[in-house]
Design a binder for this molecule. Structure first.
Ligand code: SAM
Ligand code: SF4
Length: 472
């Protein structure tokens, strides 16, 4: 059963008028923008008027400085590691009617499908055999997909092991639950609870969500509050770009972050900003009213990076390869790879059928093996690490950890160990050869004086001898 919606006493904390006013201010002075970039490089979260000032910059040279600042900050906080995951669509039944989505109730062009436990198992074996360790499970909104169903499907995923394969972290993207429902899904051991507000602009929200439980703006806006009350301290925020002014949405996410920091002492673990893609039987998605140009999108990514230095940023296969490659340098810390979003697609080779079970169209269709190889070649460290979540470094604790030395002491060694596992167990011969060379370079970059290097080297030996799942 779906939860009973109760929004009594709730009031939006998104000051729509204020955001509009801030975004209408005149172009700021160069010196002021440079101060803002420095504040961010000192790893301080920006305030809304500072984020708006960055958006109000129009001078191309100054925009370049913003992007360079974002690049520097990315290197400082996240190093060169990039976390890889895959989406797993569990079911595409839906009782909502979101104008932009292929799963909406009135769309008759889509083939409806919910995985049985047996089919779910096949999907997981398919994903594990490709080398995935981290998933995001995605559900439509339907009475069938209640908290118990989500709990049971997540548990099932953790229980399936195939050779050296196992899924070590399951995040979910699902409709908002009540506190009790969130407690139930937490019991299954979820990593991040992700949900996108889609648009924070209430009139737009109303027009694109004409019916179903999702039409209640406040119920969705306070989903993270309820999740946090239920003890889920790892949450993924997002807005769907193309529905309304992207600058407004980015600003609103900062206000949402501040709301959570003030109330719970901790903001989101990740932020997403997917752009609307074409979807089967969905005219709206072919021509969204506020389509974001690539140039503006890249500027926005750099600005979000600077605004919330410690929040991970996700960019999915909705975007094409070239754009994803460039965006990584401006702040993206997590990408999906080898994704297929048709329900059941990881164990079904019929591409046409899979496309008719998909929510929208993907633009990056490289395999996981190709992505790993290309990242290694470009000097990045592809990582399958699940260390923080399993060591309890989440929520407020994660924020404490996200201080100097964090990346060096945890992310880099864990990235090296998980990449090595991947290269030995799953990579094609050519990716393996290139990846191992890249790993040598990564290891050589760690100073011999580094306190953890001896332990890392001994763990690398252990992985080469067949041990698995070693992490800091
Ligand atoms: N049904 C749940 C909900 O709406 O919260 C789960 C989310 S839905 C399966 C995943 C996300 O896909 C949505 O939150 C939305 O932002 C995004 N999405 C929907 N239609 C899209 C489209 N045409 N292009 C890109 N992203 C889309
Ligand atoms: Fe359903 Fe979510 Fe798609 Fe809306 S976005 S139609 S709620 S699956």
């Amino acid at each position: 059963m779906l939860p009973k919606i109760d929004t009594e006493g709730l009031k939006s904390f998104i000051p729509e008028e204020e955001i509009h006013e801030l975004l209408q201010k005149k172009t700021p002075e160069k010196a002021y923008i440079r101060d803002i970039i420095s504040k961010s490089l000192d790893k301080n979260r920006l305030d809304p008027h500072e984020m708006a000032a960055l958006f109000n910059v129009t001078d191309p040279d100054l925009i370049m400085e913003i992007k360079e600042g974002a690049k520097g900050l990315k290197e400082l906080v996240y190093g060169n590691r990039i976390v890889l995951f895959a989406p797993l669509y569990v079911g595409n039944e839906c009782i909502n009617n979101c104008s932009y989505c292929g799963f909406r109730k009135t769309n008759m062009d889509i083939i409806r499908k919910s995985l049985t436990m047996k089919e779910l198992e096949e999907e997981i074996r398919g994903l594990e055999n490709r080398g995935h360790k981290r998933l995001i499970m995605v559900y439509g909104e339907h009475p069938m997909y209640d908290a118990n169903f989500i709990h049971d499907t997540v548990k099932k995923v953790y229980s399936i092991k195939e050779g050296n394969g196992e899924i070590r972290r399951v995040n979910i993207n699902a409709a908002p639950l009540d506190v009790e429902g969130f407690r139930r899904v937490k019991e299954a051991g979820i990593g991040t609870y992700q949900i996108f507000q889609e648009t924070y602009h209430q009139p737009t929200y109303k027009s694109v969500h004409p019916s179903g439980p999702k039409s209640d703006y406040l119920w969705r806006l306070f989903a993270f509050d309820r999740a946090m009350e239920a003890g889920i301290d790892d949450i993924g925020m997002g807005a769907l770009m193309g529905l309304y002014d992207h600058r407004f949405e980015a600003m609103a996410m900062l206000y949402h972050t501040i709301h959570l920091e003030e109330k719970f002492g901790c903001g989101p673990h990740t932020i997403s900003f997917p752009r609307i893609e074409p979807a089967i039987g969905t005219e709206y998605a072919n021509n969204p009213p506020h389509q974001v140009k690539d140039e503006d999108f890249m500027k926005m990514i750099a600005i979000i990076r600077l605004a919330v230095p410690y929040t991970g940023m996700i960019l999915t296969c909705r975007e094409n390869t070239a754009l994803r490659d460039e965006a990584i340098s401006y702040g993206i810390s997590q990408i999906d790879a080898g994704s297929d979003i048709g329900v059941g697609a990881y164990s079904n080779e019929d591409k046409l059928e899979n496309s008719k079970k998909s929510q929208f169209v993907l633009n990056d269709n490289r395999s996981l093996d190709e992505v790993v190889c290309e990242l290694c070649e470009s000097g990045q460290l592809p990582s399958f690490c699940t260390g923080c979540y399993r060591k309890g470094r989440t929520g407020e604790h994660f924020m404490e950890c996200a201080v100097p030395g964090f990346v060096k002491n945890y992310c880099t060694p864990n990235g090296i160990l998980t990449l090595l596992e991947y290269l030995i167990d799953y990579a094609s011969p050519s990716t393996k050869a290139r990846g191992l060379k890249a790993l040598e370079r990564q290891i050589a970059d760690i100073p011999d004086t580094s306190s953890f290097k001896p332990l890392l080297l001994s763990r690398i030996d252990s992985v080469k001898k067949g041990e698995r799942d070693l992490y800091f």
